[in-house]
Design a protein around this ligand. Sequence first.
Ligand SMILES: Nc1ncnc2c1ncn2[C@@H]1O[C@H](COP(=O)(O)OP(=O)(O)OP(=O)(O)O)[C@@H](O)[C@H]1O
Ligand SMILES: [Mg+2]
Length: 397
Amino acid sequence: MKDYSEQQTLAYVCMNAIGNSLVLENMLSDVITTFVHHTGALGGHYFASAPSRKKIVTVEKDFDIPVTLCTATEEYSIIAVASLGYILDIPIGNEHFLFAFENSDGTDGYGRMFAGFKTKLTNAIDACRSTERLHELNAALENQVVEAKNKNEITEKMMITQSRMAIMGEMIGMIAHQWRQPITVIGMITNNTILTLEFDEINKQHLLDDLNVIDKQIHYLSTTIDDFRNFFRPNKLPQSVSMREMSNDLLTMLGKNYKNFGINLTFTGDVDAAFVTYKNELMQVFLNILTNSKDAFEERLIPEPFIQFHSVHNEENIVFSIRDNAGGISEEIIDKVFDPYFSTKEEKNGTGLGLYMSAIIIEKHLNGSIQVCNDTDGTLFTLTIPTNYTKDITYVF
Ligand SMILES: Nc1ncnc2c1ncn2[C@@H]1O[C@H](COP(=O)(O)OP(=O)(O)OP(=O)(O)O)[C@@H](O)[C@H]1O
Ligand SMILES: [Mg+2]
């Protein structure tokens, strides 16, 4: 380097090259490129010394790193390397800037100049590394959040399955109940036919009539299964339904059983108004609420039990009020009924997930709301869902 002012100018442009970048490689590459460009050096490295000896940034000519390097206590050193020329080595802690020159002209001045803004460089390197660490921490934190969210979703899915299994158990009881009568009829006809055959009293027309009855009963058995199977098939898309259709399904599934228990199930209001939703998910909620009322009737031996569904429909929402006369829920626990695993049914081994899952389905999956309060002689559930809900459900029950 020729004179002091030239040295000052070089120091100025190199310091300027540090800039504001917080990406280590970019910042170092800018500084080394500027230095190489202004000094006519062959190339430059920024690298970590032993044990890794990893080249962090290389500009222009790639050259081998000398075995002996200057220590951090020396500001800089110049190493003569056969077949290359000279290497200017400026240490920064455990890392080094290395520049290769064809000859030693001016290298001493360059070394002094570069060492002059070491502190600024060290600060810039630290800032880049801190930012990098911050990015890493942020990414780790994001991962943890995603993991926690996934775990939550898995737990939620497990709970949905658990609650669905509980309903399924209930449904299987219903199927068994609905099958009892046709199976008895088929059994009776079969026994009669065997007897008439044994006594050789068979009458062709009677036999034909009996076989027709058996055929009807078998048809009934198979439609019962279809009704239930449709309910357990997941809804992939929202569909247009009316309360009348849903009430027919509920009556097919539960009607006989509820009638046997003397439960009067009624549906009033805008029963024919169509709305778009995930029908089976809504059915699951209705079944949870109905089963709870039935449990309360049985437990409290309520005379003349009833459950009334009333629906009111407008352009935005459809509101279902479901009222029973089972005596209501004590004020001490009414705030807890939507909590997971909250159940007062020790004997029946309630999972306490029915209403929790109903709230998740209504609020998270059907974009609505669910509330409970005590009415004159029982419980009143109020469900509000959008009239036209077309959002995709991203999971399958
Ligand atoms: N209609 C109702 N009348 C009286 N109590 C009710 C009624 N509905 C819910 N409850 C109370 O709310 C609690 C929580 O109901 P939830 O459906 O979440 O669980 P569960 O019925 O106990 O268990 P599971 O649904 O698994 O059978 C019930 O244990 C019961 O004490
Ligand atoms: Mg329940």
